[in-house]
Design a protein around this ligand. Structure first.
Ligand code: P6P
Length: 333
């Protein structure tokens, strides 16, 4: 079967519906190449002296892994000279990263979590890179954090790479979701799944059950009904998966349905959940919606949220749309 490369896909998409201007195509190809480099570093593990912690903390107060920093550097260095970006923002950096004055600036802004799932790095469980693309505001001179404060509906592209048994790249530009597998021998991304669709119903849920005693009542009710299975109001049994790498959990849901939940809980009302809006929830929400799924914070569509801080957190319920609708409805009762 003749498969096409990422480059051919991008060129044909641009030709057919003009949805990928040349600079956006360049941006995606640069990010895809950076993800190949990250995959290579991740794949070396102990042999590459890249495991373990870096003895530093990020803005989230989380101990950084060596690979967190290496992946962040790979994405910064790959993207700063091309002339397609005005600025970048990363989970691993407190403030935004303007393109250095020695390079030309472009009309896009790139946000990313360079390596999500850090707790899994040292134990060889799948991890990933998540990214989101916004347009720089018209006439923006020196970019500020405020320029990034755009709702998820303003994203022009989003994607993730998952470093698992295969290395895969999932992309959306707002007209469907496509998946590319890294051909390691050729070093190229090859289109392997087109127009991915999430089934509206599911028998599988993903949540960290160890937090159950801290959940608000709507989450307690929803999950208890799933656990009651065919003896309870749902009248059927459910299965649970929790990889503790959002990218891996979302990839499973894209392929076979499911609902992923990271609720806010009673432990710290100042911290609405664990996941970050700008470079985790928004890109994943864009991808999931483009695949026929849904993504809310329990009250509203994640992509409608008006951001106010670069690293703000948000509760996340995403995946099969009938289940997301149900758990969201419980929040509104
Ligand atoms: P917990 C990884 O650290 C992450 O940000 C997501 O990728 C993942 O879904 C979640 O946190 C796991 O959180 O509380 O189960 O360790």
């Amino acid at each position: 079967m003749k498969r096409i490369s990422l480059t051919q896909y991008l060129v044909e998409e641009q030709r057919s519906n003009n949805s990928i201007p040349a600079e956006l195509r360049l941006l995606i190809e640069v990010v895809a190449r950076a993800c190949k480099t990250i995959s290579h570093a991740v794949g070396k593990g102990a042999l590459g002296e890249v495991l373990g912690t870096a003895d530093t903390e990020n803005v989230q107060g989380e101990v950084q892994k060596k690979l967190d920093i290496i992946s962040n550097e790979i994405l910064l260095e790959a993207n700063e000279w091309g002339g397609h970006l005005a600025a970048m923002a990363s989970e691993e950096m407190e403030s935004i990263h303007p393109i250095p004055n020695r390079y030309p600036k472009g009309e896009y802004m790139l946000l990313f979590d360079p390596l999500d799932g850090s707790s899994n790095i040292d134990v060889n469980v799948s991890i990933g890179t998540i990214f989101s693309v916004l347009k720089a505001p018209e006439g923006m001179a020196q970019p500020t954090e405020q320029d990034f404060m755009q709702a998820g509906t303003k994203q022009v592209a989003a994607g993730y790479a998952v470093y698992g048994p295969q290395t895969m790249l999932v992309l959306t530009f707002g007209n469907g979701v496509n998946c590319f597998t890294l051909d390691r021998e050729m070093g190229s991304w090859v289109l392997t799944q087109s127009n991915m669709q999430i089934p509206p119903t599911t028998k599988e849920f993903a949540i960290n059950m160890s937090n159950a005693r801290h959940w608000h009542p709507p989450v307690q009710r929803y999950v208890n009904e799933l656990l009651a299975g065919d003896t309870g109001p749902r009248g059927t049994n459910f299965n649970m998966r929790w990889i503790a790498s959002m990218v891996a959990d979302v990839h499973r849901i894209l392929n076979r349905g499911g609902i992923f939940m990271y609720p806010a809980d009673l432990r710290d009302t100042s911290m609405p959940g664990k996941l970050r809006l700008m470079y985790e929830a928004n890109p994943m929400a864009f991808i999931v919606e483009q695949a026929g799924g849904a993504a809310t914070d329990g009250q509203q569509r994640i992509m409608d949220i008006a951001p106010h801080k670069l690293h703000q957190r948000v509760p996340v319920y995403l995946g099969s749309k009938d289940e997301v609708a149900r758990v969201t409805a419980y929040h509104q009762e």
